[in-house]
Ligand binder design. Sequence first.
Ligand code: BES
Ligand code: ZN
Ligand code: ZN
Length: 483
Amino acid sequence: MQFQILNQNLDEIKADFEAVLVVDKNLEHKFIKDDFKFYKFDGCGVLVLPEKRRIYVGVKRLDYDYLRVAMSQIYNALKGYDIKSLKIASYLCKCTKKTFQAIAEGFILGSYKFDKYKSDKKESSLDEILISTDEYNEKEIDLKKADMGLKFGKIIADATNFAKDGVNEIPNTYTPDHMAKEAQNLASNYTDVECLVYDEKFLKEQNMGAFLAVNKASIHPPRLIHLKYTPKSKPLKKIIFVGKGLTYDSGGLSLKPSNYMLTMKCDKSGALAAMGIIKGASELELPFEIHAIIGATENMIGGNAYKPDDVLISRSGTTIEVRNTDAEGRLVLADVLSYAQDFNPDLLIDMATLTGACAVGVGQFTTGLLGNNVELLREYKDSASMSGELFTIFEFNDYLRELIDSQIADVSNVSSSRYGGTTTAGLFLDKFIKDEYKDRWLHLDIAGPAYVEKAWGYNQYGASGAGVRANLYFLQNLAKELK
Ligand code: BES
Ligand code: ZN
Ligand code: ZN
């Protein structure tokens, strides 16, 4: 999709269609009061007037996320029309650059589709968005900043859509080895990104007994994938993202009921978010050394499967009693987090579709945010939320910590209580974070927002790319702070 900012009045710009925002149900619009009445348009949703070549979209406020949703609604309402170009005024939020960024993100995120397996692909012809500087006076507009905003928005939304493509791909095709090839392919497109892939032999050498156990009943060998982005100038910080890359989670011998197993191709969402971040970081030329370290495997059943009652020896030496083979993500992460700390990160962020409890607790739209460093949690939440992704902080406490005690090993892979499942999963991961990294670690439980079963906002059915935008916004803000 092409975006262009034109220093012209909206009326002077030639385009196939025009979009107008109706803010806070303010229907006192210059052209069209009668039409609003006739169509009973109350300022919510969209009103398309094909004869007038105009679309109206209601927004509550001119905030960034309302803008993103509105742009997505515009695109989707018009995708059936034979039009190429659309013009729109530039609606002023709090800061020019971010407004344009949000406009680009809204269109690109909203236009995503996964139609690879559809025989009848419906292509939209709308691909030119013309933005008028109409709404600004000379002093307010900074065209360079506005252009930069569009560029950033495009990069961030493309990185998100890249992650969606991987998550949406079917489990029969998208195996751990396939994921590794995709990572290598990503690295080959960027001179500042390297990729190392490790196989079973390496995992054995590394004593990754927990990761290997999860893989045991799968016919597809596991992969440890390590992507690294190096900036041109001396990095301001080293930041490591760890991703849960379960290419399928059947639950293992603690088999999921069939209606819960459906959608479990999405259990690789943390891994794809980490890859999307590397892609975005390279294109944004962020001033950090950024790693994505991914544990890729399936969790399957079979004669060779790991079992409830097994005790695993993890890479760090901590022994784990398996009481439920469906709590497999934390086993993979235990070993990958241990590995990641060897690289001495300034910040360590893991992303995982870890617990159904997270969606039960805070709804399917929100990512759970956990860690030991209260200040970092708050700062991260404020900064990452500007992306439009939603976060809730889950706090650790010692009573919950006791619930993962084991009678026969150092820790149990599930809690002894049915309550607090997201926090106890976070506390399990915490057992594998060394003292010196406790305050530099964040855990993102994306089980709720990663996969969309009923479209919301600018997210269509399927993968949402959760974690990509949030972290790219966080990293962009951090770069600005440190500059
Ligand atoms: N991959 C699932 C979590 C999940 C659930 C992701 C729903 C996306 C949507 C994870 O491996 C899992 O099965 N967790 C169990 C943990 C339980 C056994 C303690 C769960 O949430 O039920
Ligand atoms: Zn599971
Ligand atoms: Zn899982």
